[in-house]
Design a protein around this ligand. Structure first.
Ligand SMILES: [Zn+2]
Length: 362
């Protein structure tokens, strides 16, 4: 990385946003952002926060360089990195420290959530051992507060039901005592919890298109437990990751609507993976389906974008961010603004809001 890149000069946050709007109008979109025009392929028509991405822990510098380069290309106002939910037993598990130190050089451009490699692993260990006693709880709380002290803007990526992939199959009750404790800590500090939960309304066999092992042959019902977590700490903002990327067939617009209506502290990230549609995919032939569109508009204050993009970008015909910005471009301008930036500012609060809120009339 060039020496100058560690001491970047940048305009004030609001100016940056306005500059990008102007750039979009002049170069990328070919029209002012308020005009109803189809965006250029793969370019968001409205500045938006990529609120759920991952990085290569063996190449922090390369990850940061490619993410910074992606900001203008994607018309992204900010990129938030998360840590894959992992176990202590899995070789290569890591957490946020290395990225926190590097991303701190780019306030308002990069943010980091932490805990996937440690808090999540502590929950998985507590599930396996049955020990969630006072000592374990104290260690868990200390670790969570250390991450916030070190600059993490939230806890993620956590999981309560995760199929085998980059990290192993994992299950924990969403209302496990350590999850309830994490919700208390999140509420106290005003930071969100980002959680990956494959939707399982009732106990069920593993879907036929997935293999066991490595996945569990039977899946535990988890929606009621998620609701108990939401009710336990109403001031804790819970972001249910990956709406639009469904591995069980039950993450439907109807289930999302039911939970969003019932729980004011529930938020969702939109993911649309062009390389793995899964079930209930929100796009058909590139067009947002009526059911998902209606949901995003009805709950325009509760969704954000979390494409699950990896930096550096993997070789792929279409990147995940391109698919999700195609989706974003099909929503009304006021809904795009909420989902793109305003909701993120509200969810994450003072740690990043100042960088995202446009001037009135801007
Ligand atoms: Zn995930």
């Amino acid at each position: 990385m060039k020496p100058s890149s560690s001491t970047p000069t940048r305009p004030a946050p609001v100016l940056r946003l306005v500059t990008r709007l102007t750039l979009c109008g002049a170069l990328a979109c070919g029209a002012p952002p308020s005009a109803v025009q189809p965006p250029a392929p793969g370019v968001a028509p409205t500045p938006y926060v990529e609120a759920h991405t991952h990085f290569d822990n063996t190449d922090i510098a390369g990850s940061v360089r490619t993410a910074l380069a992606a900001l203008d290309r994607q018309h992204a106002a900010m990129i938030l990195f998360q840590i894959p939910p992992d176990t202590f037993d899995h070789p290569g598990h890591y957490d946020a420290e290395d990225m926190l130190a590097e991303a701190a050089k780019y306030p308002g451009k990069l943010g980091v959530l932490g805990g996937g490699g440690t808090l999540n692993a502590m929950i998985m260990r507590a599930v396996a051992t049955g020990d969630d006693g006072a000592e374990v709880r104290a260690q868990f709380k200390a670790r969570a507060e250390q991450l916030l002290h070190d600059g993490a803007i939230g806890f993620g990526e956590m999981t309560a039901e995760h199929f085998n992939g980059v990290t192993p199959y994992q299950y924990a009750p969403a209302d496990h005592p350590l999850y309830l404790l994490l919700a208390d800590i999140a509420a106290e500090h005003g930071v969100p919890i980002d959680v990956h939960i494959e939707a399982v309304p009732e106990d069920m066999a593993l879907p036929a298109d997935l293999k066991s092992p490595p996945n569990a042959p039977e899946l535990h019902a988890n929606i009621a437990a998620l609701e108990r977590l939401l009710d336990h700490a109403p001031r804790a903002k819970i972001i249910w990751a990956h709406a639009g990327s469904d591995g069980t067939g039950y993450r439907t617009p109807a289930l999302c609507r039911q939970l969003l209506r019932a729980h004011g502290n529930l938020y969702m990230e939109i993911k649309a993976d062009p390389g793995a549609h899964g079930k209930n995919y929100p796009l058909v032939d590139g067009q947002l389906t009526p059911a998902w569109r209606a949901l995003f508009i009805e709950f325009a204050d509760r969704f954000i974008i979390g494409s699950d993009q990896h930096y550096p970008e993997p070789a792929a015909p279409i990147q995940r961010w391109q698919e999700v910005t195609t989706l974003l471009g099909q929503l009304p301008p006021d809904v795009r603004t909420k989902i793109g930036t305003t909701n993120v500012a509200r969810i994450y609060g003072e740690r990043i809001a100042a960088y995202l809120m446009p001037r009135p009339g801007a």
